[in-house]
Design a protein around this ligand. Structure first.
Ligand SMILES: Cc1cc2nc3c(=O)[nH]c(=O)nc-3n(C[C@H](O)[C@H](O)[C@H](O)COP(=O)(O)OP(=O)(O)OC[C@H]3O[C@@H](n4cnc5c(N)ncnc54)[C@H](O)[C@@H]3O)c2cc1C
Length: 462
């Protein structure tokens, strides 16, 4: 494959600082890096992909691109669901996939220092060998990177009890849009020296800096959990059970919703023998040890029953319980096999979960759109998955209208357009609905301070 003149001059100009073999210029390979998993989000042609090994290589690229006005799109594993890592015309994609060192796991401080390309599950596995646990567990944990998780402030399954990525980031090393290589945040348990600029990087979606190292907090290994499953005839019944769990003051270590469409899609794909007898399944977990945990599990079971479960039970079979959660994790890729999925990520106050689920159903019917439902239900973080055949323009228009209506409904109920996936491209109109013009202007001011020439992930977020 020939290399474009732009890529040739870029590689030559940086040859003293960045070994040429760090660059990918084959258009067929570049194409694989140009988009994330948000199948509806547009992307354009990149000039090259840089796969750096060091922060200094990233810095050299940013300085060059700043001088020449070349846009840069940072990328982790490309599992994002909002188009945040999608290429923009003429950009260089910086894929952090080769910066995979776990530099330190400190048992005394309960911290880890990692490069951004470390895959979430790999970090969790390494921590486990030290008796430690990195809690944030997006369902993409077998593939997504800690850098991508930090840049999107990823949530996950156990976040209902243990918090999201933001709650675990102590410090970051970043290359800002000015080409500065800086350390932000701290390594200590406490610290208030200056503004929380490390926090600013969490969820910044590659628009303020390229993260080249992260220091995270760890916890002792999680206690074993009990799993409680409930079957429901309707989304709204399941929603009532979810609200009841919050009302009685329980803090489950997971509370996930998965509907029949998703379970069937997983089973058709993986043949896991998961029965989809119910329209909606709730999967709860309690990891409080001892008799207190037993009592909490009983109370969760009662909440499911009170919410209208047609069947509910605590699982006595760990393998069966694990299979249900594995199916939950596979639900999104299973649905992708049925057609391009437009993924919502709204989050509403827990009291409004039944109402929001009811509105999602009505919106699907009104626009004649197939909607499957997945949710980190205990957080009120709902993922209606809108599916329209790729070659059916009318269905796509209806799905987009339903997507917009779901966002409006979530905002009416005091929610947000994105609980964990980030704004990227798909939620930009929603962000403008959610934030006032004055707050959008504050975003612009922050961006101008750290990336004055607007070269980092331009055209994303706001
Ligand atoms: C099957 C499946 C399940 C999922 N489940 C969840 C879930 O439970 N919870 C959840 O929160 N998300 C989930 N996601 C979405 C996605 O996995 C997360 O957003 C994840 O954090 C993205 O990580 P990544 O490494 O793939 O980043 P990418 O998709 O490559 O990038 C995401 C964003 O971060 C930026 N970025 C990446 N690396 C860096 C860096 N080093 N410096 C600066 N910016 C950077 C990119 O520019 C982009 O804006 C799921 C996705 C899939 C496909």
């Amino acid at each position: 494959m020939s290399t474009s003149p732009d890529a040739t001059s870029l590689i030559a100009a940086l040859a003293d600082e960045v070994p040429p073999d760090r660059f990918v210029t084959d258009p067929d390979i570049i194409d694989r890096y140009q988009h994330d998993e948000a199948e509806w989000a547009p992307y354009a042609g990149a000039v090259a992909v840089l796969r750096p090994r060091t922060a200094r290589e990233v810095q050299a690229l940013v300085r060059h691109c700043r001088r020449h006005g070349i846009p840069i799109v940072p990328r982790g594993a490309g599992t994002g669901l909002s188009g945040g890592a999608n290429a923009v015309a003429g950009c260089v994609i910086v894929s952090l996939e080769r910066m995979t060192a776990v530099k330190q796991i400190d048992r005394l401080e309960r911290t880890a220092v990692v490069e951004p390309g470390v895959v979430n599950d790999d970090l969790r596995a390494q921590c486990a060998t030290e008796g430690l646990w990195y809690p944030p567990d997006p369902a993409s944990s077998p593939w997504s990177t800690i850098g991508g998780n930090v840049a999107t402030n990823a949530g996950g399954i156990c976040c209902v009890k243990y918090g999201v990525t933001r709650d675990y980031v102590l410090g970051v090393e970043v290359v800002t849009g000015t080409g500065e290589l800086v350390r932000l945040g701290r390594q200590t348990a406490k610290g208030v020296a200056g503004y929380d600029l490390a926090g600013l990087m969490v969820g910044s979606e590659g628009t303020l800096g390229i993260i080249t190292e992260i220091t995270v907090k760890l916890r002792p290994l999680q206690e074993p959990h009990r799993t409680i499953a409930g079957y429901f005839d309707s989304l709204v019944d399941a929603g009532r059970a979810i609200r009841a769990v919050a009302e009685v003051g329980l803090t489950p270590s997971a509370l996930e919703l998965v509907d029949k469409r998703c379970l069937q899609a997983v089973d058709e794909w993986k043949h896991m023998g998961i029965s989809a007898e119910a329209n909606v399944v709730l999967l709860g977990r309690i990891d409080t040890p001892g008799t207190v945990g037993d009592d909490e599990a009983d109370r969760m079971l009662q909440c499911f029953t009170d919410g209208g479960a047609t069947w509910a039970a605590a699982s006595t079979d760990q393998a069966e319980a694990d299979a249900l959660f594995a199916a939950r994790r596979l639900a999104y890729p299973a649905m992708e096999r049925l057609g391009p999925v437009l993924t919502e990520d709204v989050c509403v106050p827990k009291r409004h979960v039944p109402e929001m689920l009811s509105r999602i159903e009505s919106i699907g019917q009104r626009h004649d759109v197939m909607i499957a439902n997945l949710a980190h239900a205990g957080d009120g973080n709902l993922h209606p998955l809108l599916i329209a055949p790729a070659d059916d323009d009318a269905a796509r228009i209806r799905a987009q209208a339903a997507f917009d209506d779901i966002i409006t409904a979530a905002l009416e109920l005091g929610g947000t357009v994105t609980g964990e996936h980030g704004v990227g491209l798909l939620k930009m109109p929603g962000l403008r609905q959610e934030l006032s013009p004055a707050v959008i202007d504050m975003h612009r001011s922050v961006k101008a301070a750290l990336d004055p020439d607007g070269i980092l992930n331009p055209g994303k977020v706001f």
